[in-house]
Design a protein around this ligand. Structure first.
Ligand code: PNS
Length: 166
């Protein structure tokens, strides 16, 4: 049974992330989407909110071999703990490459058996990122084409009430 982990900030999950998760779930037996800590970023949604949103998206998309988890430690420790065969990440453009390459090499150095598999993003999602979604949403732009419908509702709720659950 091949398990892979799709780590990220997912703040929030976009249609670009969902595309990568869907494609990974068609290839591997078990896909764990991991909301992981990125020390460089300030978060819009809490970890719990992001986990709930991704769970809902996976359920509504019918991705039965996809699980969602969160972790605040080193990714390689998580990979080892769950016995994952690889990390799966999406690559949009050349601008992603340097950062992703650096993380992949660091993870490999920390845990030599840790492989990273990159999926090239679908051309329709090349421009998409969570920060673009947050910026457009916060300035009142239309983000319906950027995120799954249930995420759109949560963003709208968060922007209007400061909360996304309930
Ligand atoms: O979506 P992001 O923010 O580009 O994802 C980056 C993430 C969360 C995958 C990365 O910061 C990460 O792996 N964090 C976990 C902590 C860790 O292991 N950091 C060292 C990575 S080389």
């Amino acid at each position: 049974m091949k398990t892979v982990v799709c780590p990220g900030s997912f703040d929030p999950i976009t249609n670009g992330h969902l595309d990568i998760i869907q494609r990974a779930s068609g290839i591997f037996d078990r896909v764990i989407v991991l909301v992981a800590a990125n020390q460089e970023k300030h978060n819009f949604f809490t970890v719990q909110e992001r986990v709930e949103m991704i769970r809902r998206v996976a359920e509504e998309t019918g991705l039965s071999n996809v699980e969602v988890d969160s972790d605040s430690g080193l990714l390689v420790n998580y990979i080892q703990r769950v016995g994952a065969a690889a990390i799966v990440k999406g690559l949009r453009a050349v601008s992603d490459f340097e950062y992703e390459f650096q993380m992949s090499l660091t993870n490999h150095k920390l845990l030599p058996e840790c492989e990273t598999i990159f999926f090239t993003t679908s051309s329709r999602n090349m421009y998409l990122s969570s920060s673009i979604v947050r910026q457009v949403g916060q300035l009142g732009g239309d983000i319906t084409g950027f995120v799954p419908p249930c995420v759109y509702e949560q963003i709208h709720k968060k922007l209007t009430t400061g909360q996304s659950q309930g």
